[in-house]
Design a protein around this ligand. Sequence first.
Ligand code: NAP
Ligand code: MG
Length: 497
Amino acid sequence: MSKQFSPLASTLLFAQRQHGLFINNQSQAAISGATMELENPANGEFLCSVAQADVMDVDRAVHAAKNAFEGQAWGKMRPRERQNLLWRLADLMERDAQILAELECLNNGKSAQVALVMDVQLSIDFLRYMAGWATKITGSTVDVSIPLIPDADFHGFTRREPAGVVGAIVAWNFPLLLACWKLAPALATGCSMVLKPADETPLSVLKMAELVQEAGYPEGVFNVITGVGSIAGAALSEHPLVNKLTFTGSTQVGQIIGKAALDNMTRITLELGGKSPTIVLADANIKTAAAGAANAIFFNHGQVCSAGSRLYVQREIFDQVVEEIAAIANSMQLGEGMDPSTDMGPLISSKQQKRVQRYIDQGKALGAKIVCGGESFGPGYFVQPTVISEINQSSPLVQEEIFGPVLVAIPFDNIEEVIELANDNPYGLGASIWSNDLALVHRLIPRIKSGSVWVNCHSALDPALPFGGYKMSGYGREMGEEAIFSYTEHKSVLIRI
Ligand code: NAP
Ligand code: MG
């Protein structure tokens, strides 16, 4: 770690201490006493150790959440108080924003500056958006017909009730933000939660847990179990007292969790992988589209579920757009995230670096053109921003999620062709269209099979707009009113009067 760009003393103090599980508003060791080590991906050095939960710890946390859900303090809390608590948590996160951003940087490798204005600010915005929902959860009155009892009068209505204990499991690419996407609607609706962060990146969420306690949440409402997915994550997804599971991660693990959920009829939301197309039409402004396409793939080092990892450009401007993107890639400074001049930090782990490099090497072996980048380096887990052309649509580099700073670029001749290419992929999370031809854009939007379509922007998310995937990208939606629906049961009531 360069001395020049040291984090705050309070960040270091937190990052370097040994962490327990967060259950019932207390830091607790795992019952087995097991711990696991965290590292800084910018240099591979040891950061600190955290408790490693097993089945017994998960059971403890789920019981804590169940007791909270059924207890007076949380179970009987008025919506206004739930709103105020969420708002208070957002205020505390704002107070400690720099610490949270620096923890994301040390633990994940991303730029602290970017984490401050993106990860942390968007988390705060999201909590405040969902705080507003706490007082706006309603059912409806229904004028029923009931033909079999013609003389009777009825009052029919529906109510939305909190789903109960929520098990949340998240990935490492936006550790705090992904957790907040789940925590905020859960706490707005009156659910309680057990959260399992990714084994690589629990620190920012453990810091937030302290703020949850400081905000005044009753014990057991929010619990964090650190550990590995195949043990702690599996135990949480299989636990019969969990009423709803919400998962962000790979499609492969999502399928395992989905099957476990079905066995218990646990409600489930799955936010999974993606291979999102960026479509540039011939009329687009070349510089704007190239800058947008570069950002779509290189933001967060390509470790974004909705990253624009497939580029389709209309043939007449293909060379110019690809050249511009390569120029942007070549100008990017790679380094540790505490350095404010860093444009791109390391990938999350040695495993991820090797995986991404394997895909690039496969492209080379297939005879594809490496327009720029193409290499990895250390110390730390860096991969150069890479653009690859002259590659076949059926290649694994075009079909599979790489989850790194690797863009594959393919030209197209007409609109029917690009619709076919864009949809020719198992995933369907997002897509962007770069054009000012309004009529053409509107004809394209309904034909793209993805949960989000962005026009002249990419991966632009708002708390009020539902987010989720078509096809193998997931099941259900987060954000907006749909998130509130997904953390509640809808009860019908019919009273004969
Ligand atoms: P991952 O391997 O699927 O892991 C995600 C989470 O699941 C981690 O907390 C992991 O724990 C846990 N897990 C692993 N095996 C499990 C099991 N058998 N049962 C229960 N939980 C288990 O994904 P990742 O590598 O962390 O993240 C990258 C993936 O996430 C990419 O595919 C990306 O597209 C996707 N993603 C999607 C979105 C979205 O909103 N659609 C957003 C971000 C990322 P451990 O870490 O301890 O193994
Ligand atoms: Mg992991």
